[in-house]
Design a binder for this molecule. Structure first.
Ligand SMILES: *[C@@H]1O[C@H](CO)[C@@H](O)[C@H](O)[C@H]1NC(C)=O
Ligand SMILES: *[C@@H]1O[C@H](CO)[C@@H](O)[C@H](O)[C@H]1NC(C)=O
Ligand SMILES: *[C@@H]1O[C@H](CO)[C@@H](O)[C@H](O)[C@H]1NC(C)=O
Ligand SMILES: *[C@@H]1O[C@H](CO)[C@@H](O)[C@H](O)[C@H]1NC(C)=O
Ligand SMILES: *[C@@H]1O[C@H](CO)[C@@H](O)[C@H](O)[C@H]1NC(C)=O
Ligand SMILES: *[C@@H]1O[C@H](CO)[C@@H](O)[C@H](O)[C@H]1NC(C)=O
Length: 401
């Protein structure tokens, strides 16, 4: 058994039947869906297929203002014969996604007849200098040329026709040839090569990375990257302050606690903000076990367990399928730590009994961080949040029903 049995069963679990177990999925309220738009055109099926395969389709759908320069199946052939790794194809195709709106009309009315516009390759961070910019220039005879700003000044492709225009959300148009450059085709680290622990080590989460490397949780984190992974890492000083409690856990409890800090899907900050609710973690093996609730609190995204609440304080990496956030607390699951008593004036109806028979290995301390000195007020706060969470979950339950 990799996971230990929980120390106690919370009676408030009755409030969380199976259907409360909501996975966070990309919002379905998107204004556009590039896959669906291109599906109407069989001659763009290859381009469409690779947008999905490289996860670019999701990135395109999340943008509110975007232009996609599609290339037909014949035009894609020269790119595919190069047998580039998928992650490199992603870089090349991201040159075809402009983070601005260009309809056919605007294309012909560019002021001074030429412009440089940023592509998604530019915003991916893989491009240096102006390598992620696309040059659009009005040529003689009403032709519009496209080229990658890669120094040689060649406009290798041109506008063919408009496929779909939803001003100013999304414009999809055909260009004659694939835009590419040496920089876009340069060998890059694919997601499989992304080393979760070394990324954390280099960016303020070394202590947490070391805990993962020293435990069996390591393989789970390493093998989940390709399929999508979101990691919440407590920063070094948080881990240091948490050491006494961590040491108290058995080896298998440590594994569960570390796995509790990952969710097996990619969740951008925007997705976390708009899809609040209960999430399963890498430690979840059964319904209602080792989950927590994502809540948006003004500009902040907080992770609420039955025991404490952590806040996202930064992003180490956001490259679908991997995203790693910094958090200001160790997340404490109810399965391993004592749930704090809801304090008067009005204790939660159901949390009262849980605490008495809890045999938690650690105290309900919430003051792990230097900036959270007052443990007592922290407890009352969390009690309040617990009540809010129970009520919220109940409301969600009614919505589902
Ligand atoms: C454009 O996007 C906005 C925001 O997502 C949406 O409210 C609006 O309906 C969209 N416009 C069209 C024409 O689809
Ligand atoms: C977009 O459309 C495709 C094809 O219709 C569908 O499979 C996919 O789920 C849609 N994506 C979203 C985010 O709605
Ligand atoms: C267009 O060209 C004029 C004169 O060369 C210049 O002053 C102006 O800034 C240019 N406009 C844009 C949008 O580049
Ligand atoms: C775009 O490329 C053309 C052809 O090389 C060049 O004349 C023009 O100055 C470029 N436009 C911009 C804005 O750099
Ligand atoms: C990731 O980097 C760590 C050092 O931070 C190293 O020990 C580990 O072997 C690397 N993992 C993989 C899968 O390369
Ligand atoms: C460790 O566990 C013991 C026994 O359950 C408990 O008395 C002690 O308070 C715990 N220490 C910490 C730092 O949690």
């Amino acid at each position: 058994m990799r996971l230990s049995l929980p120390f106690f069963f919370s009676s408030s679990m009755a409030l969380f039947p199976l259907f409360f177990l909501l996975f966070l999925l990309p919002s379905s309220s998107n204004a556009h869906n590039i896959t669906r738009i291109l599906a109407k055109y069989p001659e763009f099926s290859t381009f469409n297929h690779y947008l999905s395969l490289t996860h670019l389709a999701g990135d395109i759908n999340r943008r509110l203002t975007i232009t996609v320069l599609a290339v037909d199946n014949a035009g894609m052939a020269p790119l595919l014969t190069k047998k580039l790794p998928l992650y490199t194809i992603r870089n090349v195709l991201s040159l075809h996604v402009l983070v601005d709106y260009f309809g056919a009309k605007k294309l012909h009315q560019i002021s001074n007849g030429t412009t440089l516009t940023a592509s998604m390759f530019q915003s991916s961070g893989s491009a240096s200098g102006t390598a992620g910019y696309v040059n659009i220039t009005n040529l003689k005879g009403g032709k519009v040329g496209f080229g990658v700003e890669d120094g040689d000044g060649k406009l290798s492709s041109h506008f063919v026709k408009s496929l779909k225009e939803i001003p100013y959300n999304i414009s999809v148009m055909q260009i004659s040839q694939v835009l590419t450059s040496a920089e876009a085709e340069a060998p890059t680290a694919g997601p499989g090569d992304l080393n979760v622990t070394s990324i954390m080590s280099k960016q303020g989460c070394k202590a947490f990375a070391d805990l993962i490397l020293a435990s069996e949780a390591r393989t789970t984190f390493e093998t989940n990257v390709d399929a999508g992974l979101t990691v919440f890492c407590p920063t070094d000083n948080v881990v240091k302050a948490f050491q006494p409690q961590y040491k108290n856990l058995t080896a298998s409890q440590k594994v569960s606690l570390l796995l509790y800090h990952g969710i097996p899907v990619y969740q951008s900050l925007q997705m976390l903000k708009t899809n609040n609710g209960i999430v399963n973690t890498l430690a979840t093996e059964h319904a209602n076990k080792y989950d927590f609730t994502v809540q948006t609190d003004g500009d902040d995204v907080t992770l609420v367990t039955k025991v404490n609440t952590a806040k996202i304080t930064g992003t180490l990496i956001d490259e679908e399928p991997l995203v790693i956030y910094k958090i200001n607390k160790f997340l404490m699951p109810k399965e391993l730590f004592k749930v704090p008593e809801a304090k008067p004036p009005k204790p939660a109806k159901d949390s009262g009994n849980d605490d008495e028979d809890a045999e938690a290995p650690a105290e309900e301390s919430d003051d792990q961080t230097a900036d959270d000195q007052n443990g007592a007020s922290g407890l009352i706060m969390d009690g309040g949040k617990l009540v809010v969470m129970v009520i919220l979950s109940l409301c969600m339950g009614f919505l589902v029903m």
